[in-house]
Write a protein that binds this ligand. Structure first.
Ligand code: SDX
Length: 379
Protein backbone atom coordinates (compact mmCIF):
# COMPACT_ATOMS: atom_id res chain seq x y z
CA UNK A 1 0.00 0.00 0.00
CA UNK A 2 1.10 3.58 -0.67
CA UNK A 3 2.82 5.25 2.29
CA UNK A 4 0.52 8.05 3.47
CA UNK A 5 1.71 11.34 4.86
CA UNK A 6 -0.45 12.06 7.89
CA UNK A 7 -4.06 13.04 7.00
CA UNK A 8 -5.22 16.39 8.45
CA UNK A 9 -8.89 17.46 8.21
CA UNK A 10 -9.18 20.48 5.91
CA UNK A 11 -5.58 19.65 4.86
CA UNK A 12 -4.53 21.95 7.74
CA UNK A 13 -0.81 22.65 7.45
CA UNK A 14 -0.38 20.36 4.42
CA UNK A 15 1.43 22.06 1.48
CA UNK A 16 -0.64 21.72 -1.74
CA UNK A 17 1.87 23.45 -3.99
CA UNK A 18 5.08 25.46 -4.18
CA UNK A 19 4.29 29.11 -4.86
CA UNK A 20 6.08 32.45 -5.07
CA UNK A 21 2.93 34.61 -5.33
CA UNK A 22 2.27 35.56 -1.70
CA UNK A 23 3.49 34.83 1.80
CA UNK A 24 1.70 34.86 5.17
CA UNK A 25 3.29 34.64 8.61
CA UNK A 26 0.37 33.84 10.92
CA UNK A 27 2.32 34.37 14.13
CA UNK A 28 3.75 37.77 13.18
CA UNK A 29 0.74 38.95 11.15
CA UNK A 30 2.74 39.43 7.95
CA UNK A 31 1.28 39.39 4.40
CA UNK A 32 3.49 39.96 1.34
CA UNK A 33 2.55 39.92 -2.39
CA UNK A 34 5.58 38.79 -4.44
CA UNK A 35 7.68 39.69 -1.39
CA UNK A 36 6.31 43.24 -1.01
CA UNK A 37 4.58 43.97 2.35
CA UNK A 38 0.84 44.64 2.03
CA UNK A 39 1.33 47.86 4.02
CA UNK A 40 3.70 49.14 1.27
CA UNK A 41 1.39 48.16 -1.60
CA UNK A 42 -1.67 49.82 -0.02
CA UNK A 43 0.27 53.01 0.77
CA UNK A 44 1.39 53.82 -2.77
CA UNK A 45 0.18 51.28 -5.33
CA UNK A 46 -3.17 50.61 -6.98
CA UNK A 47 -5.29 47.49 -7.40
CA UNK A 48 -4.46 47.14 -11.11
CA UNK A 49 -0.74 47.55 -10.43
CA UNK A 50 -1.08 44.89 -7.70
CA UNK A 51 -3.00 42.58 -10.06
CA UNK A 52 -0.21 42.96 -12.63
CA UNK A 53 2.42 42.21 -9.94
CA UNK A 54 0.57 39.08 -8.76
CA UNK A 55 -0.22 37.69 -12.22
CA UNK A 56 2.90 38.59 -14.22
CA UNK A 57 5.31 38.34 -11.25
CA UNK A 58 6.84 41.82 -11.16
CA UNK A 59 5.86 45.46 -10.75
CA UNK A 60 4.96 46.94 -14.19
CA UNK A 61 6.95 49.76 -15.76
CA UNK A 62 4.99 52.96 -16.38
CA UNK A 63 4.44 51.88 -20.01
CA UNK A 64 3.39 48.33 -19.05
CA UNK A 65 0.93 49.66 -16.45
CA UNK A 66 -0.55 52.16 -18.92
CA UNK A 67 -1.07 49.41 -21.53
CA UNK A 68 -2.59 47.09 -18.90
CA UNK A 69 -4.97 49.83 -17.70
CA UNK A 70 -6.00 50.66 -21.27
CA UNK A 71 -6.51 46.98 -22.09
CA UNK A 72 -8.75 46.57 -19.04
CA UNK A 73 -10.63 49.78 -19.85
CA UNK A 74 -11.28 48.58 -23.42
CA UNK A 75 -12.66 45.21 -22.23
CA UNK A 76 -14.86 46.41 -19.35
CA UNK A 77 -18.06 46.25 -21.44
CA UNK A 78 -20.04 43.00 -21.54
CA UNK A 79 -21.72 41.87 -24.73
CA UNK A 80 -25.48 42.33 -25.04
CA UNK A 81 -25.96 38.55 -25.24
CA UNK A 82 -24.37 38.10 -21.79
CA UNK A 83 -26.47 40.97 -20.44
CA UNK A 84 -29.56 39.32 -21.93
CA UNK A 85 -28.60 36.02 -20.27
CA UNK A 86 -28.13 37.84 -16.94
CA UNK A 87 -31.66 39.26 -17.25
CA UNK A 88 -32.85 35.68 -16.75
CA UNK A 89 -31.34 35.63 -13.25
CA UNK A 90 -34.18 36.02 -10.73
CA UNK A 91 -34.03 39.33 -8.78
CA UNK A 92 -33.98 37.22 -5.61
CA UNK A 93 -30.81 35.35 -6.60
CA UNK A 94 -27.81 35.96 -4.32
CA UNK A 95 -25.34 38.12 -6.27
CA UNK A 96 -22.66 35.44 -5.77
CA UNK A 97 -24.84 32.90 -7.59
CA UNK A 98 -25.47 35.43 -10.36
CA UNK A 99 -21.72 36.10 -10.54
CA UNK A 100 -20.85 32.41 -10.72
CA UNK A 101 -23.38 31.96 -13.56
CA UNK A 102 -22.17 34.99 -15.49
CA UNK A 103 -18.48 34.12 -14.97
CA UNK A 104 -19.23 30.71 -16.51
CA UNK A 105 -21.18 32.48 -19.28
CA UNK A 106 -18.02 34.39 -20.23
CA UNK A 107 -16.62 30.97 -21.03
CA UNK A 108 -19.40 30.39 -23.59
CA UNK A 109 -18.14 33.35 -25.60
CA UNK A 110 -14.41 33.43 -24.97
CA UNK A 111 -13.13 29.99 -23.95
CA UNK A 112 -10.81 28.31 -26.43
CA UNK A 113 -8.57 25.30 -25.78
CA UNK A 114 -5.48 27.46 -26.34
CA UNK A 115 -3.51 27.43 -23.08
CA UNK A 116 -0.27 27.17 -25.06
CA UNK A 117 -0.95 30.55 -26.69
CA UNK A 118 0.47 33.41 -24.56
CA UNK A 119 -1.88 35.88 -26.31
CA UNK A 120 -4.91 33.77 -25.28
CA UNK A 121 -3.61 33.73 -21.68
CA UNK A 122 -3.06 37.51 -21.71
CA UNK A 123 -6.48 38.22 -23.23
CA UNK A 124 -8.24 35.91 -20.76
CA UNK A 125 -6.54 37.65 -17.80
CA UNK A 126 -7.59 41.06 -19.12
CA UNK A 127 -11.17 40.06 -20.00
CA UNK A 128 -11.84 38.40 -16.62
CA UNK A 129 -10.36 41.25 -14.56
CA UNK A 130 -12.20 43.79 -16.72
CA UNK A 131 -15.63 42.16 -16.93
CA UNK A 132 -16.24 40.71 -13.46
CA UNK A 133 -16.90 44.16 -11.87
CA UNK A 134 -19.20 45.12 -14.75
CA UNK A 135 -21.21 41.92 -14.27
CA UNK A 136 -21.53 42.43 -10.51
CA UNK A 137 -22.80 45.98 -11.06
CA UNK A 138 -25.02 44.90 -13.97
CA UNK A 139 -26.81 42.28 -11.88
CA UNK A 140 -27.41 44.84 -9.13
CA UNK A 141 -29.02 47.26 -11.61
CA UNK A 142 -31.07 44.50 -13.26
CA UNK A 143 -32.45 43.15 -9.96
CA UNK A 144 -33.80 46.69 -9.38
CA UNK A 145 -35.46 46.62 -12.82
CA UNK A 146 -32.90 48.87 -14.48
CA UNK A 147 -30.63 48.33 -17.46
CA UNK A 148 -26.95 47.82 -16.76
CA UNK A 149 -24.98 51.08 -16.59
CA UNK A 150 -22.30 51.33 -19.31
CA UNK A 151 -18.77 51.66 -17.92
CA UNK A 152 -17.54 55.26 -17.80
CA UNK A 153 -14.23 55.49 -19.68
CA UNK A 154 -13.28 58.64 -17.78
CA UNK A 155 -13.16 56.75 -14.50
CA UNK A 156 -10.45 54.40 -13.26
CA UNK A 157 -11.12 50.81 -12.21
CA UNK A 158 -12.32 51.43 -8.65
CA UNK A 159 -14.25 54.64 -9.37
CA UNK A 160 -15.94 53.09 -12.40
CA UNK A 161 -17.21 50.13 -10.37
CA UNK A 162 -18.78 52.45 -7.76
CA UNK A 163 -20.26 54.53 -10.62
CA UNK A 164 -21.83 51.48 -12.33
CA UNK A 165 -23.22 50.40 -8.97
CA UNK A 166 -24.55 53.65 -7.52
CA UNK A 167 -25.18 55.71 -10.71
CA UNK A 168 -23.07 58.54 -9.26
CA UNK A 169 -19.41 59.36 -9.64
CA UNK A 170 -17.74 58.62 -6.27
CA UNK A 171 -15.81 61.19 -4.23
CA UNK A 172 -12.06 60.69 -4.93
CA UNK A 173 -11.53 59.60 -1.31
CA UNK A 174 -14.24 56.95 -1.64
CA UNK A 175 -12.69 55.63 -4.88
CA UNK A 176 -9.21 55.63 -3.34
CA UNK A 177 -10.40 53.75 -0.24
CA UNK A 178 -12.29 51.24 -2.38
CA UNK A 179 -9.18 50.70 -4.51
CA UNK A 180 -7.16 49.91 -1.35
CA UNK A 181 -9.88 47.45 -0.25
CA UNK A 182 -9.47 45.62 -3.57
CA UNK A 183 -5.69 45.39 -3.07
CA UNK A 184 -6.23 44.04 0.46
CA UNK A 185 -8.49 41.27 -0.83
CA UNK A 186 -6.48 40.39 -3.95
CA UNK A 187 -4.50 37.36 -2.77
CA UNK A 188 -3.94 35.20 0.29
CA UNK A 189 -1.90 32.05 -0.45
CA UNK A 190 -3.84 28.75 -0.55
CA UNK A 191 -7.25 29.70 0.87
CA UNK A 192 -10.25 27.55 -0.04
CA UNK A 193 -11.29 29.43 -3.20
CA UNK A 194 -7.73 29.66 -4.49
CA UNK A 195 -7.31 25.92 -3.85
CA UNK A 196 -10.51 25.36 -5.88
CA UNK A 197 -9.04 27.47 -8.66
CA UNK A 198 -5.81 25.44 -8.60
CA UNK A 199 -7.56 22.06 -8.70
CA UNK A 200 -9.76 23.23 -11.60
CA UNK A 201 -6.75 24.76 -13.38
CA UNK A 202 -4.79 21.51 -13.07
CA UNK A 203 -7.18 19.72 -15.46
CA UNK A 204 -6.25 22.30 -18.16
CA UNK A 205 -9.83 23.55 -18.46
CA UNK A 206 -10.34 27.17 -19.49
CA UNK A 207 -9.72 30.11 -17.13
CA UNK A 208 -13.43 31.07 -17.13
CA UNK A 209 -14.31 27.70 -15.58
CA UNK A 210 -11.46 28.18 -13.09
CA UNK A 211 -12.95 31.49 -11.95
CA UNK A 212 -16.49 30.06 -11.81
CA UNK A 213 -15.21 27.26 -9.50
CA UNK A 214 -13.48 29.75 -7.25
CA UNK A 215 -16.53 32.05 -7.05
CA UNK A 216 -18.69 29.14 -5.93
CA UNK A 217 -16.17 28.30 -3.21
CA UNK A 218 -15.79 31.89 -1.99
CA UNK A 219 -19.59 32.18 -1.57
CA UNK A 220 -19.55 30.03 1.57
CA UNK A 221 -20.06 31.87 4.91
CA UNK A 222 -16.90 30.37 6.40
CA UNK A 223 -14.80 31.92 3.63
CA UNK A 224 -15.99 35.01 1.80
CA UNK A 225 -19.51 35.41 3.13
CA UNK A 226 -18.39 36.42 6.63
CA UNK A 227 -18.25 40.20 5.98
CA UNK A 228 -21.97 40.23 5.20
CA UNK A 229 -22.63 38.22 8.40
CA UNK A 230 -20.56 40.66 10.49
CA UNK A 231 -22.87 43.57 9.65
CA UNK A 232 -25.93 41.43 10.42
CA UNK A 233 -24.31 40.58 13.76
CA UNK A 234 -23.67 44.27 14.55
CA UNK A 235 -27.25 45.17 13.58
CA UNK A 236 -28.41 42.36 15.89
CA UNK A 237 -26.34 43.63 18.81
CA UNK A 238 -27.59 47.18 18.14
CA UNK A 239 -26.05 48.91 21.18
CA UNK A 240 -22.75 49.07 23.09
CA UNK A 241 -24.36 47.66 26.24
CA UNK A 242 -25.52 44.56 24.36
CA UNK A 243 -22.04 43.61 23.13
CA UNK A 244 -20.89 41.74 26.25
CA UNK A 245 -24.04 39.62 26.73
CA UNK A 246 -24.14 38.89 22.99
CA UNK A 247 -20.56 37.57 23.04
CA UNK A 248 -21.22 35.56 26.21
CA UNK A 249 -24.14 33.90 24.46
CA UNK A 250 -22.18 33.04 21.29
CA UNK A 251 -19.32 31.56 23.28
CA UNK A 252 -21.67 29.65 25.60
CA UNK A 253 -23.29 28.09 22.50
CA UNK A 254 -19.83 27.39 21.02
CA UNK A 255 -20.85 29.46 17.95
CA UNK A 256 -18.21 30.88 15.61
CA UNK A 257 -18.08 34.67 15.72
CA UNK A 258 -18.13 36.02 12.16
CA UNK A 259 -15.12 38.12 11.20
CA UNK A 260 -12.91 36.43 13.79
CA UNK A 261 -10.46 33.58 13.69
CA UNK A 262 -8.30 32.32 10.88
CA UNK A 263 -6.65 29.08 9.86
CA UNK A 264 -3.27 30.83 9.60
CA UNK A 265 -3.37 34.14 11.50
CA UNK A 266 -3.19 33.65 15.27
CA UNK A 267 -2.87 37.43 15.73
CA UNK A 268 -4.92 40.30 14.27
CA UNK A 269 -5.03 39.99 10.45
CA UNK A 270 -2.79 42.77 9.02
CA UNK A 271 -5.58 43.46 6.51
CA UNK A 272 -7.99 44.09 9.40
CA UNK A 273 -5.56 46.67 10.78
CA UNK A 274 -5.41 48.52 7.46
CA UNK A 275 -9.20 48.27 6.93
CA UNK A 276 -9.75 49.68 10.42
CA UNK A 277 -7.57 52.66 9.47
CA UNK A 278 -9.58 53.15 6.28
CA UNK A 279 -12.83 52.99 8.24
CA UNK A 280 -11.62 55.69 10.63
CA UNK A 281 -10.46 57.87 7.70
CA UNK A 282 -13.82 57.45 5.96
CA UNK A 283 -15.85 58.15 9.11
CA UNK A 284 -13.77 61.27 9.81
CA UNK A 285 -14.79 62.55 6.39
CA UNK A 286 -18.33 61.29 6.03
CA UNK A 287 -19.59 61.18 9.59
CA UNK A 288 -19.45 58.98 12.64
CA UNK A 289 -20.76 55.40 12.50
CA UNK A 290 -22.21 53.92 15.70
CA UNK A 291 -21.64 50.39 14.41
CA UNK A 292 -17.91 51.11 14.28
CA UNK A 293 -17.82 51.84 18.01
CA UNK A 294 -19.66 48.58 18.61
CA UNK A 295 -17.18 46.73 16.39
CA UNK A 296 -14.22 48.13 18.37
CA UNK A 297 -15.93 47.14 21.65
CA UNK A 298 -16.65 43.66 20.20
CA UNK A 299 -13.00 43.26 19.28
CA UNK A 300 -11.88 44.36 22.77
CA UNK A 301 -14.21 41.90 24.52
CA UNK A 302 -13.38 38.96 22.24
CA UNK A 303 -9.64 39.59 22.56
CA UNK A 304 -10.12 39.31 26.34
CA UNK A 305 -12.00 36.03 26.09
CA UNK A 306 -10.49 34.27 23.04
CA UNK A 307 -7.19 36.04 22.41
CA UNK A 308 -5.27 33.29 24.14
CA UNK A 309 -6.81 30.86 21.62
CA UNK A 310 -5.46 33.00 18.78
CA UNK A 311 -8.89 34.32 17.83
CA UNK A 312 -8.57 37.86 16.49
CA UNK A 313 -10.31 39.93 13.79
CA UNK A 314 -9.74 38.73 10.24
CA UNK A 315 -10.09 40.61 6.97
CA UNK A 316 -13.88 40.32 7.05
CA UNK A 317 -14.39 42.10 10.34
CA UNK A 318 -14.03 45.76 9.29
CA UNK A 319 -14.52 45.50 5.52
CA UNK A 320 -18.32 45.52 5.74
CA UNK A 321 -18.36 48.77 7.73
CA UNK A 322 -16.28 50.47 5.00
CA UNK A 323 -18.44 49.09 2.16
CA UNK A 324 -21.67 50.11 3.91
CA UNK A 325 -20.37 53.67 4.25
CA UNK A 326 -19.58 53.62 0.51
CA UNK A 327 -23.26 52.87 -0.14
CA UNK A 328 -22.71 49.25 -1.14
CA UNK A 329 -25.54 46.80 -0.26
CA UNK A 330 -24.35 44.07 2.13
CA UNK A 331 -25.13 41.18 -0.21
CA UNK A 332 -22.56 42.64 -2.62
CA UNK A 333 -19.72 42.51 -0.09
CA UNK A 334 -18.68 39.00 -1.10
CA UNK A 335 -18.95 39.71 -4.85
CA UNK A 336 -16.55 42.60 -4.17
CA UNK A 337 -14.23 40.15 -2.42
CA UNK A 338 -14.46 38.06 -5.63
CA UNK A 339 -13.69 41.09 -7.85
CA UNK A 340 -10.42 41.52 -5.96
CA UNK A 341 -9.54 37.86 -5.48
CA UNK A 342 -9.81 37.22 -9.23
CA UNK A 343 -6.27 38.64 -9.36
CA UNK A 344 -4.99 35.95 -6.97
CA UNK A 345 -7.00 33.18 -8.65
CA UNK A 346 -5.55 34.12 -12.06
CA UNK A 347 -2.02 34.27 -10.61
CA UNK A 348 -2.36 30.76 -9.18
CA UNK A 349 -4.04 29.51 -12.37
CA UNK A 350 -0.97 30.61 -14.37
CA UNK A 351 1.40 29.18 -11.77
CA UNK A 352 -0.38 25.80 -11.86
CA UNK A 353 -0.13 25.67 -15.67
CA UNK A 354 3.63 25.67 -15.19
CA UNK A 355 3.39 22.87 -12.57
CA UNK A 356 1.32 20.92 -15.14
CA UNK A 357 0.28 18.09 -12.78
CA UNK A 358 -3.40 17.29 -12.24
CA UNK A 359 -4.48 17.33 -8.57
CA UNK A 360 -5.43 13.80 -7.59
CA UNK A 361 -4.86 13.24 -3.82
CA UNK A 362 -5.51 9.93 -2.13
CA UNK A 363 -7.66 8.93 0.87
CA UNK A 364 -7.64 6.73 3.95
CA UNK A 365 -10.34 4.16 3.18
CA UNK A 366 -12.63 3.52 6.15
CA UNK A 367 -15.35 1.47 4.39
CA UNK A 368 -16.01 -2.29 4.06
CA UNK A 369 -14.60 -4.88 1.62
CA UNK A 370 -16.33 -7.83 -0.14
CA UNK A 371 -19.76 -6.54 0.87
CA UNK A 372 -22.71 -8.63 -0.52
CA UNK A 373 -25.21 -7.23 -3.05
CA UNK A 374 -28.47 -7.63 -1.03
CA UNK A 375 -31.51 -8.42 -3.21
CA UNK A 376 -34.30 -5.79 -3.04
CA UNK A 377 -36.75 -8.14 -1.28
CA UNK A 378 -34.24 -8.67 1.56
CA UNK A 379 -33.47 -5.00 2.26
C1 SDX B 1 -11.33 34.51 5.06
O1 SDX B 1 -7.85 31.09 4.28
C2 SDX B 1 -7.84 32.33 4.06
O2 SDX B 1 -6.82 32.94 3.89
C3 SDX B 1 -9.18 32.99 4.07
C4 SDX B 1 -9.13 34.50 3.91
C5 SDX B 1 -8.64 34.85 2.54
O3 SDX B 1 -8.11 35.96 2.41
O4 SDX B 1 -8.89 34.08 1.61
O5 SDX B 1 -8.26 35.05 4.86
C6 SDX B 1 -10.50 35.16 4.03
O6 SDX B 1 -11.98 33.56 4.73
C7 SDX B 1 -11.36 35.05 6.47
C8 SDX B 1 -12.24 34.14 7.39
C9 SDX B 1 -13.70 34.60 7.24
N1 SDX B 1 -14.57 33.67 8.00
C10 SDX B 1 -15.09 34.00 9.21
O7 SDX B 1 -14.87 35.05 9.78
C11 SDX B 1 -16.03 32.95 9.80
C12 SDX B 1 -15.68 32.73 11.27
N2 SDX B 1 -14.32 32.14 11.32
C13 SDX B 1 -14.26 30.72 11.59
O8 SDX B 1 -15.23 29.97 10.93
C14 SDX B 1 -12.84 30.16 11.52
O9 SDX B 1 -12.03 30.97 12.24
C15 SDX B 1 -12.20 29.93 10.16
C16 SDX B 1 -13.06 29.14 9.24
C17 SDX B 1 -11.85 31.23 9.53
C18 SDX B 1 -10.89 29.16 10.43
O10 SDX B 1 -11.28 27.96 10.93
P1 SDX B 1 -10.24 26.82 11.35
O11 SDX B 1 -8.84 27.17 11.02
O12 SDX B 1 -10.76 25.54 10.83
O13 SDX B 1 -10.29 26.94 12.89
P2 SDX B 1 -11.05 25.93 13.80
O14 SDX B 1 -12.49 25.89 13.40
O15 SDX B 1 -10.26 24.67 13.82
O16 SDX B 1 -10.97 26.67 15.20
C19 SDX B 1 -9.90 26.44 16.08
C20 SDX B 1 -10.50 26.78 17.42
C21 SDX B 1 -11.82 26.04 17.65
O17 SDX B 1 -11.95 25.93 19.05
P3 SDX B 1 -11.88 24.41 19.67
O18 SDX B 1 -13.01 23.67 19.02
O19 SDX B 1 -10.51 23.89 19.25
O20 SDX B 1 -12.04 24.64 21.14
O21 SDX B 1 -10.83 28.17 17.46
C22 SDX B 1 -12.24 28.32 17.59
C23 SDX B 1 -12.87 26.99 17.19
O22 SDX B 1 -14.11 26.83 17.88
N3 SDX B 1 -12.66 29.35 16.63
C24 SDX B 1 -13.59 30.26 16.89
C25 SDX B 1 -13.67 31.04 15.74
N4 SDX B 1 -12.81 30.58 14.81
C26 SDX B 1 -12.18 29.52 15.37
N5 SDX B 1 -14.35 30.47 17.97
C27 SDX B 1 -15.21 31.51 17.92
N6 SDX B 1 -15.35 32.30 16.83
C28 SDX B 1 -14.59 32.10 15.74
N7 SDX B 1 -14.74 32.89 14.67
Amino acid sequence: TATFCEYKPGLEGIPATKSSISFVDGQKGILEYRGIAIEELTKQGSFLETAYLLIWGKLPSEQQLKEFQNDILYHRRIKYRIRDMMKCCPETAHPMDALQTSAAALGLFYARRALDDPEYIRKAVVRILAKIPTMVAAFHQMRRGNDAITPNDNLDYAANFLYMLTEREPHPLEAQIFDVCLTLHAEHTINASTFSAMVTASTLTDPYAVVASAVGTLAGPLHGGANEEVLLMLENIDSLENVEPFVQNLIANKQKIMGFGHRVYKVKDPRARILQGLAEKLFDQTGHDRYYEMAVELERIIEGKLGQKGIYPNVDFYSGLVYRKLGIPSDLFTPIFAIARVAGWLAHWKEQLAVNRIFRPTQIYTGEHNAPYIPMEER
